[in-house]
Ligand binder design. Sequence first.
Ligand SMILES: [Zn+2]
Length: 443
Amino acid sequence: MISEQRYWNPVLETLPREKLLALQLKKFKSIFGWAYENSRFHRSLYDKAGITPSDIREFKDIARVPKVEKSMMRCIQCKDPFPYGDCLCLPLEEVSNFRQTSGTTGQPVYQADSWQDWDWWSECWAFILWAQGYRPTDRVFIPFGYNIFVAFWAGHYAAEKIGCEVVPGGVLDTQARILKIQELKPTAMMGTPTYMLGMAETAKKLGIDPATFGIRRITCAGEPGASVPATKKRMEEAWNAKVFDHAGATEIGAWSYECLDQPGGIHVNEALFLVEIEDIETGAIIDEPGRRGKMVITALDRMAMPCVRFDSKDVIEWDANPCSCGRTFRLIKGGVLGRMDDITKVKGVLLSPVAIEEVVRSMEGLGNEYEVVVDKFGDSDTISLKVELLPGNENNIAQIEAQLKHQLRLKTNLGYTIGFYDLGKLPRYEVKARRFKDLRKGH
Ligand SMILES: [Zn+2]
């Protein structure tokens, strides 16, 4: 019975490391050659660097291939064919899917996929869902506004592909979605951590306890929350479900997944992606565990707009230990630790906002929402944190504040001004949250 199978692809997911590396090298040569031959943008990049596909003979040669940055993609998209520009490797009539990136800064990047690519997207997601325990007996509810962002589109198709029953919770509002869950009793769900927490809060306001819904597993994406232990714990308690992380991106694909063993990290799907970690200062490739760097990634099978050594700016590190699940795909420790773009200097100290999330959500007496504001007075930076106090904790404010300041100092090396608000007073977000505000540039 396929349902009893532990892995979606038992051969690839347990391939011995040396065979996996040989497969990656073979596939890299092939996708690099494809981009070189068919994309004017890639060809000119490689010609400038003086590198051709025949120069890639062994693994270490891969690092010689120039990286592609998002800003380059924006530049080429003003060229023909509209709107993808000259990195499109197929005739426009073979494009079947349009998506665009959802980042907050700059012009979005438009992403073309052929039907073959779209099939590949759902295959990537099938690895994820199967590893997280989705089986044909599951009824999957997807409370996502199906739109121009890729988000859970491929999760939807993959759930169908593996035989689940899929309920698209598209244009319903949060309350209607909650009532639909209560009525249909789905066993699994997908969403951003922000929305999963927000939905649970709305249910409680309606007098319904989401822990009683019978949802067994939730797959999160879009934000790192499901790999932030305190956020994961809050979601798992609120929904009485296992919560799993997955990291992916429009320009890359669905490259990673947490498995049922919840090892404190995510597997890279190394049969379909090549992940390299680059030292932020020297640019050298980091192969050993425990050293942080930025991710450079190649989607080994994506054809219409190839993703070859894409500089993702995600900060990650390899885990030293293999996973108990038996997969030979390496683990990224603690999931994606942040993005280079989000890491900023405050009072001369490097700050990754995700560290603040872990502190806030591990404090009893505080709600899920928070907001961080960095500003400047005269020559010095200021940083303030707004949090929501849960009802019944009014007499403990001083104690909570002292603990919060102490933990923040320990985890981020910074002193904060704390502002307490009543539950529900801070902004709520439907999809990705914008909790970090840097006002210094306005001065
Ligand atoms: Zn595992």
